[in-house]
Design a protein around this ligand. Structure first.
Ligand SMILES: NC(=O)c1ccc[n+]([C@@H]2O[C@H](COP(=O)([O-])OP(=O)(O)OC[C@H]3O[C@@H](n4cnc5c(N)ncnc54)[C@H](O)[C@@H]3O)[C@@H](O)[C@H]2O)c1
Length: 385
């Protein structure tokens, strides 16, 4: 089956590689010839490295490259069975691209968007055949990250959902199904990892390095929140937070932080700009972590963790995804050491409710309201698994 990818930036190039590695002929489309040239050069480099490491042989590398063609013309999508759009994150631009694509593909071609934050229903609504549209949300870098969120919108035909899920699974990806709501699973449930860390920093519970240390060494997370924000880029992470906050009608649970806003405004974007919460200049001094106060470190971890658990429980309560998919999404999409709902079982549901109620009593902020699901489960003595 021929696969069309529109947008040859970070995501589109990665998705094209995944599709070509899975044996598809791929046409990669971009409005910018420069972006197409970059994408072709980057893929050649990536494949050469895989050959060098012995992960693939030279013939396979060449075959993958030869399966991808590069074009500025939507007419080259003719005959595709699936088109995935990964262009700039703007609804009007995405809608007009989908409308144009429909002029060239058959009625049975699946149209997918890789959007992280826009409404899939709104994109589908611009199409002649909205029932063939859905979200197929890869994580960056697409060739390495195992998780893909499949996002049917209200218009999506269930048969299209099934075919898309089967196809992406055949690309050796772990698929989860998420409701068409802001942030889907991962970008919604992960908000407190950043937000509560920033809040605790602002309240003086610890500096960046101390909070990161606690989350890594006690929490078992691969990266601390500030380290991860520096890796993602404070501009990008802040923009996602702001858009999720607005999309949830300004629910205080998702409130962005001035600390991050100022870092982004200062150009302290993280690794990519050489400075973020940490200094990445050569010879920069590594901050020293004061590990003497164990209670403080434990408090940091348990507060962020219980806020994450609350978010995961609410996602289940609101039918954003199944409990299995919520746990799978966080372990495969952002490498959490454990599924959050499984973690809630281990901590004890009543303990989670008590911790959230303590925070709520202390702050009197809606941000700390306990999910009705956790409260109900604590009453009846239920567990998630
Ligand atoms: N970067 C991430 O971590 C990430 C992760 C998951 C999803 N996404 C989503 O994937 C999409 C692309 O993100 P990205 O990071 O790859 O962006 P990017 O800026 O790296 O690439 C976007 C590409 O789209 C091209 N483009 C813009 N308008 C176009 C048009 N009308 N027709 C064809 N090409 C056009 C640009 O020239 C550019 O090459 C966005 O919707 C984003 O929300 C991004």
């Amino acid at each position: 089956m021929k696969v069309g990818i529109i947008g040859s930036g970070a995501m589109g190039s990665g998705i094209a590689q995944v599709a070509a590695q899975s044996g598809h002929d791929v046409v990669l489309i971009d409005t910018s010839q420069g972006a197409l040239d970059n994408s072709r050069a980057k893929l050649a480099k990536v494949l050469a490295r895989l050959v060098e490491k012995g992960k693939i042989d030279e013939t396979t590398g060449k075959a993958i490259q030869s399966r991808i063609s590069y074009s500025e013309n939507h007419a080259d999508l003719t005959g595709a069975g699936l088109v995935i759009e990964a262009i700039v994150e703007r609804l009007d631009v995405k809608q007009s691209v989908f409308q144009s694509v429909e002029n060239y593909v058959d009625d049975n071609c699946i149209l997918a968007t890789n959007t992280s934050s826009l409404s899939v229903a709104a994109i589908a609504a611009a199409c002649k055949l909205p029932s063939r549209v859905l979200g197929i949300h890869f994580f960056n870098p697409a060739p390495l990250m195992p998780l893909v969120e499949i996002v049917p919108c209200v218009q999506t035909d269930p048969a299209i959902l099934k075919s898309a899920e089967a196809l992406i699974s055949s690309w050796k990806k772990v698929t989860v199904i998420a409701k068409d709501t802001p942030g889907f699973i991962v970008n919604r449930v992960a908000r407190p990892f950043y937000g509560e860390a920033l809040r605790m920093y602002e309240e003086g519970y610890g500096d960046f390095a101390t909070i990161d240390h606690a989350m890594r060494e006690i929490g078992g997370f691969r990266m601390g929140p500030f380290q991860l924000m520096d890796f993602i880029g404070n501009d990008v992470n802040y923009a996602v937070t702001e858009s999720v906050f607005a999309a949830f009608y300004y629910d205080p649970r998702y409130k962005p932080s001035f600390t991050q806003k100022r870092h982004a405004e200062a150009g302290w974007l993280g690794k990519k700009s050489g400075r973020g919460y940490y200094d990445y200049a050569e010879g920069a001094v590594t901050p020293v972590v004061d590990t003497s106060n164990q209670a403080q470190l434990d408090y940091i971890v348990s507060r962020i963790l219980v806020m994450l658990i609350n978010e995961a429980a609410d996602a289940l309560y609101l039918n954003i995804a199944s409990k299995e998919d919520i746990d799978l999404a966080m372990t495969k999409g952002v490498n959490y050491p454990k599924g959050l709902l499984q973690w809630a079982d281990e901590k004890g549901i009543q303990n989670c409710v008590d911790a959230l109620d303590n925070l709520y009593d202390e702050y009197r902020e809606d941000r700390y309201r306990c999910s009705p699901l956790l409260r109900k489960m604590a009453k009846s003595g239920e567990r998630f698994f």
